[in-house]
Design a protein around this ligand. Structure first.
Ligand code: AMP
Ligand code: GLY
Length: 423
């Protein structure tokens, strides 16, 4: 199979690695990719917003399957565009990508199909939104309706904070969703879907705040691990029954079947799992840890999702733990300095069980330099989380990059509960 992966982050590098290892792979292209992808695949500077250019490339290169990494091209309808010329695509069509593309759509959908989620109301008018907030009191959650690259949600602790969030988010994105605060433990839950069938595809925990101990601003994710101890087989079964299955059934009933990877952001609280939000793509850095644990060949699974033949398929994950540490440029998630030299990536990859995935990097005069906010993801497998963590941090410590920083506490909370650990 000739495969084209769209995207340029560590998630796409991890997807490329899994595809490169497939026994079914023919040509492997990543667009636009990054220097890490370029070591295992051909990278081509396609513009992800230019669907004509991408489809012309697919025709010319006889691409059999396109794997879409990020949400923006999905929400913009890249899958519909490619389907029209007969190119199979892993990911939902535009109408199904609305689960991520519009929070209001997602919430109304949950209400119609009785999917457990936070109570909410939608607003087009900010003074009505403020009146509602005044009525409900703080804490309360304010969300912009559309895609906002992780900046569209404010969990407001006071009324003033909520009013400020309403002003900020409504000016940027139009409609708002205001909802109750959910309490519990957050988990990123994945299910592979083909429009009708859905199968669990493991789960992970992300670390969204920039600083150790979950302080500072939200980021795209500073680290992740899998499996999270809170996810038992019973809970997986319950999430599939109460959240994933009705989502897939509801979308099919509405005539917009969901194909691709459904990423349910969950809050596991006293009443059980509730949906915080849908994403319609792999998480980053969640993909790096989940794919590290996947024991099956990835490509046939993605192909089955794209072509509607997942029924009876059960992806297998190793019992081992995987842990990922994101190295980001100083200043992230604010303004960062680009172009600082990174050394020691090869030495880091020599640590047992470790893979280094590139995100915001570029090659310059034979060196790797930083070129974005999140720059590298260091991923390690181990028999348990403590071993995965020890390996991942040993690898990070071999990377010589004064321009970068990372969190020291990935998975600390879960490891403290792991049997037999002394840390
Ligand atoms: P994002 O991934 O940028 O949409 O950010 C959403 C984050 O905001 C989630 O990961 C949660 O940590 C938090 N969040 C969103 N909705 C709620 C809610 N109803 N209750 C508690 N936290 C929430
Ligand atoms: N790490 C969270 C996300 O990919 O949305």
């Amino acid at each position: 199979m000739n495969v084209l992966i769209l995207g340029s982050g560590a998630r796409e590098h991890a997807l490329a690695r899994a595809c490169a290892n497939s026994t079914h792979i023919g040509d492997l292209v990543v667009a636009p990719g990054n220097p890490g992808c370029a070591m295992i695949a051909r990278t081509v500077p396609l513009d992800l917003e230019n669907h004509e250019q991408i489809s012309a490339f697919c025709r010319k290169e006889a691409i059999d399957l396109v794997i879409v990494g990020p949400e923006a091209p999905l929400v913009a309808g890249i899958v519909d565009f490619l389907a029209a010329i007969g190119v199979a695509c892993f990911g939902p069509r535009r109408a199904a990508a609305l689960l991520e593309g519009s929070k209001g759509f997602a919430k109304d959908f949950c209400r119609e199909f009785r999917i457990p989620t936070a109570e909410y109301r939608r607003f087009g008018d900010r003074s009505e939104a403020k009146a509602y907030v005044r009525d409900r009191g703080a804490p309360i959650v304010v969300k912009a309706d559309g895609l906002a690259a992780g900046k569209g949600v404010v969990v407001a602790r006071s009324l003033d904070e909520a009013y400020a969030a309403i002003d900020m988010l409504s000016s940027a994105n139009g409609d708002l969703v205001i909802e109750e605060v959910l309490e519990g433990e957050e988990v990123s839950f994945f299910a592979l879907c083909d429009g009708v069938a859905a199968v669990p595809f493991s789960s992970a925990r992300d670390h969204k705040r920039v600083g150790d101990g979950d302080v500072g601003p939200n980021t795209g994710g500073m680290g992740a691990y899998s499996p999270p101890s809170i996810i038992t087989p019973q809970l997986t079964e319950r999430v599939m029954r109460e959240i994933v299955a009705p989502t897939v059934r509801g979308m099919a009933e509405r005539g917009s079947p969901f194909r691709g990877i459904l990423f349910a952001g969950l809050m596991i609280g006293k009443e059980g799992p509730k949906l915080i939000e849908y994403n319609v793509r792999f998480g980053d850095p969640e993909a790096e840890v989940i794919l590290a644990r996947l024991a099956d060949d990835l490509l046939p699974l993605l192909e089955a999702s794209a072509k509607g033949s997942l029924e009876g398929v059960a992806p297998i994950f190793r019992p081992d733990a995987a842990l990922a540490i994101v190295m980001a440029a100083r200043g992230y998630p604010g303004v960062v300095v680009r172009g600082t030299a990174i050394r020691g990536i090869d030495e880091a990859e020599r640590v047992t069980g470790v893979s280094v995935f590139h995100a915001g990097t570029r090659s310059e005069g034979g060196e790797i330099v930083s070129d974005g906010g999140r720059v590298l993801t260091i991923t390690a497998l181990g028999r348990d989380l403590a071993e995965a963590r020890a390996r991942a941090y040993a690898a990070v410590d071999r990377i010589d990059w004064p321009g970068g920083f990372f969190r020291r506490d990935i998975a600390s909370r879960d490891i403290a509960q792991e049997p037999g650990t002394e840390r």
